[in-house]
Ligand binder design. Structure first.
Ligand SMILES: Cc1cc2nc3c(=O)[nH]c(=O)nc-3n(C[C@H](O)[C@H](O)[C@H](O)COP(=O)(O)OP(=O)(O)OC[C@H]3O[C@@H](n4cnc5c(N)ncnc54)[C@H](O)[C@@H]3O)c2cc1C
Ligand SMILES: *[C@@H]1O[C@H](CO)[C@@H](O)[C@H](O)[C@H]1NC(C)=O
Ligand SMILES: *[C@@H]1O[C@H](CO)[C@@H](O)[C@H](O)[C@H]1NC(C)=O
Ligand SMILES: *[C@@H]1O[C@H](CO)[C@@H](O)[C@H](O)[C@H]1NC(C)=O
Ligand SMILES: *[C@@H]1O[C@H](CO)[C@@H](O)[C@H](O)[C@H]1NC(C)=O
Ligand SMILES: *[C@@H]1O[C@H](CO)[C@@H](O)[C@H](O)[C@H]1NC(C)=O
Ligand SMILES: *[C@@H]1O[C@H](CO)[C@@H](O)[C@H](O)[C@H]1NC(C)=O
Ligand SMILES: *[C@@H]1O[C@H](CO)[C@@H](O)[C@H](O)[C@H]1NC(C)=O
Ligand SMILES: *[C@@H]1O[C@H](CO)[C@@H](O)[C@H](O)[C@H]1NC(C)=O
Ligand SMILES: *[C@@H]1O[C@H](CO)[C@@H](O)[C@H](O)[C@H]1NC(C)=O
Ligand SMILES: *[C@@H]1O[C@H](CO)[C@@H](O)[C@H](O)[C@H]1NC(C)=O
Ligand SMILES: *[C@@H]1O[C@H](CO)[C@@H](O)[C@H](O)[C@H]1NC(C)=O
Ligand SMILES: *[C@@H]1O[C@H](CO)[C@@H](O)[C@H](O)[C@H]1NC(C)=O
Length: 501
């Protein structure tokens, strides 16, 4: 297994934290994989993208006896939106997650299990249960202010909206956006505190505001993930604190079945040509690879932009479906201080006079997480996250804004020793953080987003999941589903999709 390479830094960092030390050696993550010479050409399948969906699709093909495929990935490792970052000043560095960090939903009794949680257990990922709706300290622009009763009301409001969605669905009534549903239910947040609580239930989850969010789609994804009564997994949120990074579960899984000739890293796909016989893919480095089938796992944001050109252009029904989904931005800003001076809960909720301005603070300097790290992060979403990506051209500006808010919570707070934020909205390989649906949600758009084109071009990823869009487990299950269908088609051409667009 010469192609396993665990970075020395990762090992050293793992040993820094006693929380994760027990698992430090459990699984080596497949970081850099050096291909043996030229990639194979004229394979049965090209898997475009090596995130959760792409890697699970590859494993599924392998399980079905099909090993004649290549994964083409622009980055130099697997994981995509599961991506770690080393953060902190020299001597006090921690691996933090710039993308996905929680496994949302585990398993209730012997009900359905979240496959990503099972994968995490298999690869000994270090995780800690977060208590996202109970472990909160409340602040507003005047400092601490216990508005927990307002928060309880906001939990009840979002629950009523889910019930309303279910009822309207049964009665064949049209979907409403969450703002309209709230008005209908007599829920009208007015104060900064009420708005911050609403933000926590909606914007912080869907990365867009109530008026932009489908009540039906939001309820479906919530119920299918969190609500065991509605077929979901459980209402448990597991936070990865693993110093190998959460992407390790994808990398380690890849290492169980892949060999070096099946991967092409550092190659960005530029064009995808398809016809009735197959697919040819061109990369920016001039590789041209031909295959019978291609599975596109790029984010909805990538497909909505012109980074990848399809020849011929995708049919209208496909372009309409791609256009109909939202690709929202969710940005975490990490700060490190000499020492912790803030709340002992996991979360601090801050109500500004301007809704969405640095509202959700999460402490990593916590006995169960990275004690002594001095790290806290704040999340912004949607329009504010877009604004922040502009502002980030000068990180000093970001720090000034963030510290103005933190000093409202803690007057006299010192300056941070380190600050960092990832860019998702403007990143050409992602063009956003994850997908959400506006209202009215048209389930046929979701179906069409995942449907193959012309018998040879297939699609998978979190966005193609009507039940679990946005989540890692959505990406997992969609990769598995698409590869199952591709394998069926390869083995039994009568069961291939039609070769017309
Ligand atoms: C900030 C943030 C927080 C999140 N938090 C959570 C969370 O807590 N829990 C959760 O379940 N989910 C979370 N998510 C969502 C989760 O990360 C995604 O749903 C999931 O990882 C998507 O997997 P995917 O395979 O569909 O797509 P991706 O991970 O985007 O994989 C697609 C791959 O294609 C590659 N690619 C793109 N364009 C090209 C090209 N032109 N050529 C070659 N390769 C290309 C990309 O590099 C990428 O590796 C979060 C996402 C973000 C960004
Ligand atoms: C990890 O492996 C190294 C070398 O193989 C060993 O010395 C160390 O004790 C192991 N650490 C743990 C936590 O198992
Ligand atoms: C996970 O840890 C268990 C117990 O320490 C060990 O038996 C198992 O081999 C580990 N799994 C992997 C994939 O490393
Ligand atoms: C890909 O690029 C990275 C960063 O530039 C480099 O470290 C890595 O060795 C490259 N990997 C391959 C397989 O070319
Ligand atoms: C790697 O996979 C390819 C494609 O299936 C196969 O031809 C080759 O023999 C494999 N190599 C090894 C070392 O397993
Ligand atoms: C970090 O600190 C170590 C020793 O404390 C030193 O050797 C090293 O050069 C420092 N690295 C940087 C990037 O400052
Ligand atoms: C969440 O609550 C559980 C049970 O009360 C507790 O064991 C756990 O430590 C809490 N998690 C955090 C991060 O505080
Ligand atoms: C806030 O108020 C709630 C309900 O009155 C109470 O249970 C909780 O302990 C209070 N929290 C603080 C930090 O005072
Ligand atoms: C979600 O679950 C709740 C509680 O079980 C139920 O009342 C509601 O109808 C469900 N909503 C949808 C859209 O399925
Ligand atoms: C909703 O529509 C379905 C299918 O058109 C129909 O079977 C059902 O009876 C309708 N339900 C109501 C409450 O009208
Ligand atoms: C792959 O094969 C096609 C024809 O089937 C050819 O045009 C292309 O140049 C080949 N690519 C590589 C990298 O060999
Ligand atoms: C979904 O795609 C089919 C073609 O496959 C098209 O007829 C239908 O109108 C599309 N649905 C929507 C809502 O665009
Ligand atoms: C960055 O912003 C700070 C604070 O506004 C300002 O003092 C500094 O000149 C800016 N730097 C650049 C390169 O624009």
């Amino acid at each position: 297994m010469t192609w396993f390479r665990l970075s020395i830094a990762t090992v050293l960092l793992s040993l820094l934290s006693s929380v994760v030390a027990k698992d430090a050696n459990a699984t080596k993550c497949l970081a850099d994989l050096k291909p043996d010479g030229a990639p194979p050409n004229n394979t049965k399948v090209l898997i475009l993208g090596g995130g959760m969906a792409g890697v699970i699709a590859a494993r599924t093909l392998h399980e079905r006896g099909i090993d004649d495929f290549v994964i083409v990935e622009a980055k130099h490792e697997f994981g995509g939106r599961m991506a770690k970052q080393t953060f902190g000043v020299n001597g006090s560095e921690y691996v933090i997650e710039k993308g996905a960090n929680w496994i949302h939903g585990t398993q209730t009794d012997d009900g359905p299990a979240n496959p990503v949680w099972l994968l995490a257990e298999k690869h000994n990922l270090s995780m800690v249960a977060s208590n996202l709706s109970t472990d909160i300290t409340f602040f507003d622009y005047n400092g601490p202010n216990n508005y927990s009763a307002t928060f309880e009301a906001s939990l009840a409001a979002v629950e009523s909206a889910r019930a309303l969605a279910g009822q309207r669905w049964q009665e064949n009534k049209t979907d409403l956006d969450l703002r309209s549903a709230y008005k209908y239910l007599g829920v009208a947040p007015k104060t900064p505190q009420e708005e911050a609580c609403e933000y926590y239930q909606i914007d912080y989850v869907y990365a867009q505001d109530a008026s932009q969010t489908s009540t039906l789609a939001a309820a479906l994804s919530y119920n299918n993930t969190y609500n065991p009564e509605a077929g979901g997994y459980s209402d448990v949120d597991m936070l990865s604190v693993d110093q190998r990074g959460i992407a390790c579960i994808v990398q380690a899984e890849a290492a169980t079945f892949l060999n070096t000739s099946q991967v092409l890293f550092n190659q960005t796909v530029k064009t995808i040509q398809y016809n009735q016989n197959g697919v040819t893919v061109q990369t920016t480095d001039g590789y041209s690879l031909t295959a019978d089938h291609a599975l596109v796992t790029f984010s909805a944001g990538v497909l909505q932009n012109t980074d990848v050109v399809f020849e011929p252009a995708l049919p209208d029904w496909k372009r309409e479906a791609i256009s109909s989904i939202e690709m929202s931005v969710y940005t975490k800003i990490f700060l490190q201080f000499k020492e912790k001076f803030w709340f002992d809960t996991g979360i601090g909720l801050y109500a500004d006079q301007q809704k969405g301005r640095y509202p959700v603070w999460e402490s990593l300097d916590h006995p169960c997480l990275f004690p002594g790290s001095g790290i806290i992060f704040v999340t912004v979403t949607g329009d504010y996250a877009n604004y922040l990506e502009q502002l980030n051209k000068n990180i000093t500006q970001v720090q000034l804004e963030v510290m103005e808010v933190l000093r409202r919570m803690y007057p006299g707070a010192p300056d941070p020793v380190d600050i960092w934020l990832p860019i998702w909205g403007r990143a050409p390989l992602f063009r956003g953080s994850y997908s959400s649906w506006g209202a009215p949600f048209v389930p046929e758009y979701s179906y069409n987003l995942s449907a193959p084109v012309n018998g040879h071009l297939w699609f998978a990823g979190e966005a193609t999941s009507s039940k679990y869009f946005g989540f890692m487990h959505g990406a997992y299950l969609e990769g598995q589903k698409a590869a199952t269908n591709i394998a069926t088609c390869i083995k039994n051409p009568q069961r291939c999709p039609p070769t017309t667009t």
